[in-house]
Each structure stands twice: as C-alpha cells, then as structure tokens.
Design a protein around this ligand. Structure first.
Ligand code: ZN
Length: 193
C-alpha cells in the first residue's frame, strides 16, 4: 500500500512523543508547509477511522519537534475542516474545577482514558501571521488545549492516569468504550511506558 498523509503520524512506543518540542522562531513558508502537513495528516487519519474525529494535532505527532498545535474550529461539524493554528502556545492560567472526561490521542491507538483536567484555561500563543493571540476556553476545548500543550512538552494523556487502572478504556470496533483489563493489557506492556 502506498503511503498517505496519515502514515506520517507517529504512535507509541516511538520515544519522540516523550520529547519537548522547540520554540518556533520566524514563521516562514516552511512553517506553513508543516502546518499543511499536520492538517492533511489529521483529516486523512479521520477518514480512516469510523468512530472518531480528528480534533487536534501537535507537530511532534508527525515527528516535527516544533511547538505548533492545530485545533478543529468546530468539533461538532465533520464537514468544517478548518483548524485554529497556535504557535508556541503556553497555558497562562488554570481555572475552575478539575473535571474527568474521556480522552483519546491519534498517537495512542484504540486506548482512551478518563483524564482529570482543569475546566478552564487561558492560553497565549502566536498566530499564523506572527501576532500574539490570547484565548480563554472552557469545557471540552479547554481539555483539548491542555492535551495539545502537553504534547509540546513531551507529555501524553496516559501519564496523567498511570496510577489509575480504572481510568483506562478500549475503543471497540463498534465505537463503544469498554474498561480495559489494566493488569492484563497494560501493566506489563512496553507499548505505553
Ligand atoms: Zn494527543
């Protein structure tokens, strides 16, 4: 089978996912090319998955060690293929309650977790034109932002729940999440840690 954009996505146990990405300096045509590759990989991945949406991606997930994340403009509408681009994103404030909800990752196949995250965050970043942008988000988008900024620091959602065997789930073929048998399927595996 020939390679498609989604094949550029790296998955565990690739150690690059544990590395901190580097700050982007001047935004060049190359930066734009990288971002286009990220969008193409996310949409191609989505087209290959029956029950999942390609919501966001960090550059390290296509093996580019750069602090760039892309987030879907509209999580509800699969036909809206626009993404918000955030370069060098930093979470400047965590607010609200800590809430648990399901999370998956394009770099961790078929495993989901119930991950505690702050309900609200404020983020500072550079936009595609090199201008400073600030945003405040709550609920699901706040969760996505925390997940993606974690990627730029070499951290994955499973790292937040590694001491909580009951927080792990498996995505079945019919799109249902069922609890994972942690002892059997993960504890001794070299895939995740
Ligand atoms: Zn992820």
């Amino acid at each position: 089978m020939s390679k498609t954009p989604k094949d550029t996505i790296i998955t565990l146990p690739n150690p690059h996912l544990r590395q901190r990405s580097q700050k982007v300096g001047v935004i060049t045509q190359q930066t734009h090319n990288y971002i286009n590759q990220m969008v193409a990989a996310t949409l191609d991945w989505e087209a290959s998955r029956n029950h999942e949406l390609g919501i966001a991606l960090a550059a390290i997930q296509i093996d580019l060690k750069l602090r760039i994340i892309i987030i879907r403009e509209d999580f509800e509408d699969k036909n809206n293929k626009n993404f918000t681009i955030l370069i060098n994103p930093v979470i400047t404030k965590y607010e609200g309650d800590i809430v648990e909800d399901y999370e998956g990752c394009l770099s961790i196949k078929d495993i989901y977790g119930k991950v505690p995250r702050y309900n609200k965050v404020r983020v500072k970043a550079t936009d595609i034109n090199g201008e400073e942008t600030r945003l405040s988000a709550d609920g699901f988008i706040a969760r996505v932002l925390q997940h993606e900024v974690d990627h730029t620091n070499g951290k994955l959602f499973i790292d937040h729940i590694k001491d909580s065997p009951k927080a792990f789930y498996h995505l079945d073929n019919d799109g249902q999440l069922t609890p994972l048998n942690y002892e059997q399927e993960i504890a001794n595996s070299t895939i995740l840690w």
